[in-house]
Design a protein around this ligand. Structure first.
Ligand code: GLN
Length: 231
């Protein structure tokens, strides 16, 4: 290998707190299924990554404007997004659930009439809430990250929030005093995304690396590590 073949470093945006997919650990280092997967794929395919935890919507926007090369942030592969992004092969199944305060009186969608619901800007959960808000008569309030969204429900300002099931479940296990009251809706899958038509090489490397990691057991090891332990 000569300097001409030096590993390329890609700038990859991610969410700030979306455990078990991305979060800062005790040493303030970013870890999680997305982070470990991205790093393992980079290693497998011979490139480098600089992980930028800038928030979900910010990462999506920065990818679209070409400021960064891609986003890995538990991002659902959707037909709407596929018009402006190229997605990798799916790597994790997920769906949106409604969560309320533990011990509170609100237990279903019908009880949200006249109340507020907290969502995170630009997410599948926000799109879902907006699609049913007129039917159930609630108002949507937006936040940039999951922690602030949960807080709004915990303080009682919002009656509920909409979040991805594996993330909500993990956070509750870690002590967040919320409770899931619905089955996961519109189950899609997470994919790594790049700006449409702009980063075919990186996307191809991601897909090749992902396939290798699934074959050699590394993918299962990463997922297991975060779902069995506490990260
Ligand atoms: N999976 C959801 C989406 O694609 C939320 C992602 C996130 O909050 N990081 O919109």
């Amino acid at each position: 290998n000569t300097a001409a073949h030096a590993d390329k470093t890609y700038q990859i945006g991610t969410d700030v707190t979306f455990p078990p997919f991305e979060f800062a650990n005790d040493q303030n280092k970013y870890v999680g299924i997305d982070i470990d997967l991205m790093k393992a794929i980079a290693k497998d395919q011979g490139f480098k990554v600089n992980i930028k935890p800038i928030g979900f919507n910010a990462a999506v926007q920065a990818t679209q404007s070409g400021q960064i090369d891609g986003v890995i942030a538990g991002m659902n592969i959707t037909p709407e997004r596929a018009q402006t992004f190229d997605f990798s092969n799916p790597y994790y199944k997920s769906g949106v659930v409604m969560a309320v305060k533990q011990g509170g009186s609100v237990k279903n969608l019908n009880q949200l009439k006249g109340k507020k619901v907290a969502v995170k800007t630009g997410t599948a959960g926000a799109a879902y809430a907006n699609s049913i808000k007129n039917k159930y008569g609630f108002k949507v309030v937006t936040f940039d990250d999951s922690n602030n969204m949960y807080q709004d429900v915990l303080t009682g300002n919002s009656a509920a929030c909409f979040e991805d099931q594996p993330v909500m479940q993990y956070s509750i296990k870690q002590g967040t005093k919320l409770q899931i009251v619905t089955k996961p809706a519109d189950s899609g899958s997470y994919g790594f995304a790049v700006d449409k038509g702009k980063n075919k090489v990186l996307l191809a490397k991601f897909n090749r690396g992902l396939a290798n990691l699934k074959k050699n057991g590394e993918y299962d090891k990463i997922v297991k590590h975060y779902l069995d332990s506490k990260g």
